[in-house]
Write a protein that binds this ligand. Structure first.
Ligand code: SAM
Length: 264
């Protein structure tokens, strides 16, 4: 068991999605997947009791963390010297990740065993900083990771898949059973790696319009493009672009959504 996560030391707070990693083998496997190197610019979201924090500091020499729970922040301050750990107190959903990229091309590595209750909005928030990131390694509910990496035409494919795959190459790495945490969550988790795509891979001219079209296409899964995209393109415009208006949104690739958004 990880020293910092010994039972009784901290009462896990459900409202902050606290499930602390205790399985040493899983912690090692996550760190081996990240391969942190000395001097890299790394930020951990939700360090908690430090299961990932300690090995990350050991390998990089310095780490940024964002934590919302004041009790945990006090413990982190006691345990780590400010030269190795910069603590950002507050909500990761409001955090300006660009502030950690001092130079124009200083790419940031983001790591987190994410609080499940805010995982989807946090991924959308992070996507806004994609051009500043080198990569992200996250632990999330297995079912959410399945949606993040889903291919067009599958039942898991939806708004989350398209909006993340528009900016990132996604890799599902491995599953983590509930027994690896204290307290144990009800569901299995998975580790996912997100690597920003090279600039210009997909280019929606108006990203707000793109995002609205994707949301509309998946708003009613059973309805066809003819109905869901009515406010954006009429049937003849869809046909002119080569799309069958009788298709459902789940048949469209990320590139198809970009084509439709750029046609308006
Ligand atoms: N990294 C630790 C581990 O793997 O054992 C803890 C993971 S626990 C699932 C999630 C952590 O995120 C907790 O430390 C929790 O307090 C923190 N947290 C929850 N909501 C947060 C938020 N909005 N911003 C920053 N941290 C948050």
């Amino acid at each position: 068991m990880n020293f910092d996560a010994r039972p009784g030391a901290h009462i896990a707070r459900r409202r902050f999605g606290q499930n602390f990693l205790i399985a040493t083998g899983i912690i090692e496997r996550i760190i081996a997947s990240i391969q942190p190197r000395p001097g890299e610019n790394v930020v951990e979201i939700g360090p908690g009791l430090g299961a990932l924090t300690r090995p990350l500091i050991e390998q990089t020499g310095h780490l940024h963390v964002i934590e919302i729970d004041r009790d945990l922040i006090a413990r982190l301050r006691e345990r780590y010297a400010p030269e190795c750990l910069t603590i950002h107190e507050g909500d990761a959903l409001k955090f300006d990740f660009a502030a950690l990229c001092k130079e124009e091309n200083a790419s940031l590595r983001v790591v987190g065993n994410l609080p499940y209750n805010i995982s989807t909005p946090l991924l959308f928030h992070l996507a806004g900083f994609a051009s500043r990131l080198r990569d992200g390694h996250f632990m999330l509910q297995k079912e959410v990771v399945a949606r993040m990496v889903a291919a067009a035409g599958t039942s898991e494919y939806g708004r989350l898949s398209v909006m993340l795959q528009y900016r990132f190459h996604m890799e599902r790495l491995f599953d983590v059973p509930p027994g690896a945490f204290h307290p144990a969550p009800k569901v299995t988790s998975s580790i996912v790696r997100m690597t920003p795509l090279p600039a210009g891979t997909y280019e929606a001219r108006d990203e707000t319009r793109f995002s609205r079209i994707v949301a509309a296409a998946f708003s009613q899964r059973r309805k066809t493009l003819r109905n869901t995209l009515r406010d954006f393109l009429d049937e003849s415009a869809l046909k002119a672009l080569g799309f069958d208006p009788g298709l459902r949104g789940e048949r469209l690739s990320v590139a198809d959504f970009v084509t439709i958004a750029n046609a308006g």
